[in-house]
Design a protein around this ligand. Structure first.
Ligand SMILES: *Cc1c(COP(=O)(O)O)cnc(C)c1O
Length: 225
C-alpha cells in the first residue's frame, strides 16, 4: 500500500462495519465501542481526512507531539475528544490536563497526585483510566494486575480521583484473549465501565470481550512514517 493510496475514510467505514458485526455476534449494542483514531507520527493532512469523515476521537502517545499538532485542529473542530494513550511524566501533567480530555495511562501514585493537583488548579475534570501492565512485561508501563485494586482505592481515597476505567496493551507475541478477559474481570470487580483495549491487529477480539474503546492507528492511517 503506497502512502498516497491510503484512504482513512474508507478504512474507518470498513472497521465500523467489522465492529458492528462483531458486537452483534457478541450480543452487545452496536454503539458499545468507540474508535480512538491513533494519530501519533501521522501528518495533519491524513488526520484531516479522518475528521472530514466524521471521526472525532483521537489518541496521541506523547504530550509534546500532541501540543504541536492538535491546538490548530481543535480550533477547526471544537468537538474533538483527545486521549493520551502513552506514558505521562509528572512534569508534563499541567500540559496534559490543559490539552487532553482523557488520560488513559494513570499508573503510579506520583502521576495520580500530579493530575489531581492540576485538575483542581485548572478547574478541569478529565476522564481518567488506569493502565494495567496486563502481561507483567518489564518494558511496559502500568500497574501489575494484582496491584490494580489497591491502586484504584488509593486514587480514590488518597487523591480524590474518579477513575472511569482501565487500559492495557497485551504482550505482542501471544494471543490477546486471556489478557483482554483479565482486564475486563478487574474492571468488573471494581465497577469500572470503560475498557480501552484492542489495536489494529486485535480490535475485533477486544470488542467481543467487552472493550468500550479500541485504539486504532495503522488500520486507519496506514504505516507510520
Ligand atoms: C500506537 C498505539 C496504538 C495503535 O497501534 P496500531 O497497531 O497502529 O493500531 C494503540 N495503543 C497505543 C498505546 C499505542 O501507542
Amino acid at each position: 500500500m503506497s502512502p498516497n493510496s491510503i484512504d482513512p475514510a474508507a478504512n474507518l467505514r470498513a472497521i465500523n462495519e467489522e465492529l458492528n458485526s462483531a458486537l452483534k455476534e457478541a450480543g452487545r449494542k452496536g454503539d458499545a465501542v468507540t474508535i480512538t483514531a491513533v494519530t501519533k507520527k501521522q501528518n495533519p493532512e491524513r488526520i484531516l481526512l479522518a475528521l472530514a469523515a466524521g471521526q472525532r476521537v483521537f489518541g496521541e502517545n506523547r504530550v509534546q507531539e500532541a501540543q504541536e499538532k492538535w491546538p490548530a485542529l481543535r480550533g477547526q473542530f471544537p468537538d474533538i475528544e483527545l486521549r493520551l494513550i502513552g506514558p505521562l511524566q509528572s512534569n508534563k501533567a499541567a500540559d496534559a490536563v490543559r490539552l487532553f480530555d482523557v488520560i488513559e495511562t494513570v499508573d503510579r501514585p506520583k502521576i495520580a497526585r500530579a493530575l489531581a493537583q492540576e485538575m483542581e488548579k485548572q478547574g478541569r475534570r478529565l476522564k481518567l483510566l488506569v493502565q494495567v501492565n496486563i502481561g507483567e512485561e518489564d518494558q511496559k508501563a502500568g500497574v501489575a494486575p494484582r496491584e490494580a485494586d489497591a491502586f484504584l482505592t488509593l486514587c480514590h481515597e488518597q487523591y480524590g480521583l474518579t477513575i472511569d476505567g482501565l487500559m492495557c496493551i497485551p504482550p505482542a507475541d501471544e494471543g490477546p484473549s486471556p489478557y483482554f478477559a483479565l482486564l475486563a474481570k478487574i474492571a468488573a470487580r471494581n465497577n469500572l465501565a470503560e475498557l480501552s483495549m484492542g489495536m489494529s491487529a486485535d480490535y475485533v477480539i477486544a470488542a467481543q470481550l467487552g472493550a468500550s474503546s479500541v485504539r486504532i492507528g495503522t488500520g486507519i492511517f496506514g504505516p507510520r512514517p
